[in-house]
Design a protein around this ligand. Structure first.
Ligand code: GUN
Length: 306
């Protein structure tokens, strides 16, 4: 039987460790402060941001949600971020991605004070990651490293294959695994014979945003499989093709008209992997826990807590 890597359990442990840290910051006269900027009305992003704001409230972190209209210009957004950079009670600034097409995301990320960059997306912090220097790290891959560590899954010397080369997950994930001395391969849409490359992985991270693309033949029996995918499907034939052998999940489809599916075929993953993160309940919960950790780290730096 494959071991299920329970992201909610790891999240709860990280949040529990955060409670006394928030208290120590509070003893310096104010709570950690996080500003979350959500541009426009993308329903997926709205759910993410709501969960981030709620996680702050639960921990006693001050949060502020800013919701400029979809039509905001790059200059206006940069000015808004500059205002947040100048406010001492704001320790962290998060701009929810993706931004509307006309906005120059690179200029926006560059405008965030690198010391308030709780996502690790500022080019200076990307450079710090490349150089393996201490700095805020991207939340989702950092959460995956926490998960591997807490479940004592060995990384050193293992073959790690990362499928997907995004700035948010794939690239930082590959670098973090490399810094833990894995032998790392990055795959993407142009990779030849993806199945064969994946089948060489001791640790397989699927982060390309394609529902259930990773099938049984991609998974070496006994491998650790980390499924970063969060795809909502509402097509019945697709739901039946993926979840045909999981009646309890199909029942959710019948009830709600849609299903959350990762980038890995859930049946193949449970049958072939040695350990794996389920969707939902695997990687998802870790991202927000690491965001809270990054926000508290920033507050500790700003207030000189050590
Ligand atoms: N969009 C998807 N994931 C993330 C994330 O970790 N941070 C931000 N800011 N936007 C995202």
């Amino acid at each position: 039987m494959a071991q299920i890597l329970d992201g909610k359990r790891v999240r709860d442990a990280i949040l529990a460790e955060s409670v006394p840290r928030v208290k120590r910051v509070m003893d310096r006269g104010r709570p950690p402060g996080l500003a979350v900027v959500l541009v426009g009305n993308d329903p997926g992003s709205e759910i993410y941001v709501r969960n981030k704001v709620k996680a702050c409230a639960d921990l006693g972190i001050y949060s502020e949600k800013l919701t400029p209209a979809e039509a905001i210009t790059t200059d206006e957004l940069v000015a808004l971020i500059d205002g947040l950079n100048r406010r001492p009670e704001i320790d962290g600034i998060l701009v929810q991605m993706p931004l509307p097409k006309p906005v120059d995301s690179r200029r926006v990320l560059l405008a965030i004070d690198p010391d308030k960059d709780v996502d690790g997306f500022h080019p200076m912090n990307v450079g710090n990651l490349v150089a393996n220097r201490p700095a805020p790290r991207a939340c989702t891959p950092a959460g995956i490293m926490e998960l591997l560590e807490r479940y004592q899954i060995p990384v050193t010397g293992r073959n790690a294959v990362v499928v997907g080369r995004s700035d948010i997950v794939g690239k930082p994930m590959a670098l973090m695994l490399l810094h833990h001395s894995a032998t790392v391969t990055i795959c993407h849409s142009k990779t030849r014979d993806l199945a064969a490359v994946c089948a060489g992985a001791d640790i397989l991270v699927a982060a390309m945003g394609r529902p259930a693309l990773v099938k049984a033949e991609y998974i070496r029996p006994g491998a650790t499989v980390i499924d970063v995918g969060m795809n909502r499907i509402s097509d019945r034939a697709q739901a039946e093709a993926i979840f045909g052998r999981l009646p309890e999940r199909l029942a959710v489809f019948e009830r709600t008209g849609s299903l959350l599916v990762g980038d890995v075929d859930p049946v193949a993953m449970a049958e072939r992997a040695g350990a794996y993160t389920p969707v939902p309940g695997g990687v998802g919960p870790l991202t927000i826990a690491m965001l809270m950790k990054n926000a508290i780290d920033a507050a500790e730096r700003h207030l000189g807590v050590r």
